[in-house]
Design a protein around this ligand. Sequence first.
Ligand code: FES
Length: 105
Amino acid sequence: MPEVDVCPLADFPSGTVRIVEVSPSLSVGVYNCAGEFFAIEDQCTHDEGPLCEGEFDCAERVAICPRHGARFDITTGRALTLPAYIDVDTFPARVRDDGMVVVDA
Ligand code: FES
């Protein structure tokens, strides 16, 4: 998987998400939860809703699809509530030595 720049850590406060277009067919939402980084596919498995544009709870590690409200575990991609029942993909994310947050996607 190629390493993709997300943004500098200095511009990425805890408790926020950044959405990066990795390819024409794949966008990824990267979450900073108190310095731990998690990345999931920005497309709900229920009806292709823009999952990472919805609300999320860093303490619970949950993202909520803005279209119909399905909840996903952002650490595993697991679909936690209906109407989604298929997990989303996850990707490794981290801070590189030069301070850039990157995701392997
Ligand atoms: S598209 Fe996400 S819950 Fe329906």
